[in-house]
Design a protein around this ligand. Structure first.
Ligand SMILES: C[S@@+](CC[C@H](N)C(=O)[O-])C[C@H]1O[C@@H](n2cnc3c(N)ncnc32)[C@H](O)[C@@H]1O
Length: 288
């Protein structure tokens, strides 16, 4: 068995040198902040080799040359190939009652704005939308959700809101019945998120690394979960700094289970497990 696996890894159709891998690491780091560790070499080969075949190129060098010339469409596909999009409905479940309580205490404010800043295939923003519908007891709560990602493929999937039923296995049946429509015929085995939930969300392409983001206004809550782990600390800090002016004075920042913003203590302070609020210093700045 080991022998077979080793042969598959080493017998590659295209030569893939350490230098090629280093070039790719630099390109994706500079463009999207993603730090690929050396163990990802095989993953990178298998994800990009498809594109080299589709383009009918004969080497990684030619492909990388094409990217370095700045072909925008190719860049989009390159980034889409190298992101990791693992997500699920109500992932890190304990955050949703905290969000609900936070918004409930501010329900006289309208509208409520929430940003899900690495929304992947949509399970996270739809979980936020379901939480808001449950809180307000209405399919038209005064809540606007912005969901963004750098990967245009996952954004398109999120916008569609179609999932295979196995994605809902852990969700209580009453939620499934309330928030999803079952597919029939050729869509057997699939569900679609109800239109009212899709209408609550605006999907936008945002690269968190960009100097400026196409979002303005202040948010009552920002979800930035399980994306910071791909960035190094200086990159994380500069992103967190850009979140500060977009958060309301009493807004909440939600982080992923293995992420910590404690290295940015001048910007955020921990309120509850992986939930942050503006530091005292930043809050004071609101009153200047
Ligand atoms: C592991 S998923 C996490 C999804 C979701 N937030 C969750 O916790 O389930 C990470 C997402 O971050 C996105 N991402 C990676 N780099 C990004 C960047 N520079 N700007 C915006 N999104 C990025 C990826 O495309 C991917 O969809």
């Amino acid at each position: 068995m080991t022998q077979i696996l080793n042969r598959n890894l080493t017998e590659r159709q295209f030569n893939f040198t350490e230098k090629d891998f280093e070039r790719i690491r630099k390109l994706i780091y500079d463009h999207a902040g993603i730090s690929l560790n050396p163990a990802k070499k095989d993953m990178v080969y298998s994800r990009l080799v498809r594109r080299i075949r589709e383009l009918g190129l004969d080497s990684f060098q030619v492909y990388l040359g094409l990217l370095e010339k700045g072909d925008a469409a190719e860049w989009e596909l390159f980034v889409n190939s190298l992101t990791t999009n693992l997500t699920s409905f109500f992932r890190e479940e304990h955050h949703f009652p905290i969000l609900s309580e936070h918004i409930n205490e501010r329900r006289t404010r309208t509208p409520i704005n929430i940003w899900c800043s690495a929304s992947s295939t949509g399970e996270e923003p739809y979980s936020i939308a379901m939480t808001m519908v449950e809180l307000y007891g209405s399919f038209q709560p005064p809540v606007k959700i912005y969901a963004s990602d750098v990967d245009t493929n996952v954004l398109a999937k999120a916008r569609e809101g179609i999932y295979t039923t196995d994605r809902l296995e852990k969700m209580p049946q009453h939620k499934v019945r309330r928030f999803f429509k079952k597919g029939m015929g050729e869509n057997q085995g699939k569900v679609r998120v109800r239109k009212e939930l899709r209408d609550m969300i605006e999907f936008v392409h945002v690269n968190l690394l960009d100097e400026s983001w196409p979002l303005n206004g202040k948010f009552d809550a920002i979800f930035c979960r399980n994306v910071m782990i791909y960035f190094d600390k200086p990159t994380q800090y500069s992103i967190l700094k850009k979140f500060v002016p977009l958060l309301k004075e009493d807004g909440l920042m939600f982080a992923g289970h293995s992420e910590s913003f404690l290295h940015a203590a001048d910007l955020f302070k921990l309120r509850r497990k992986t939930v942050y609020e503006l530091s005292d210093q930043q809050r004071k700045a609101y009153h200047k």
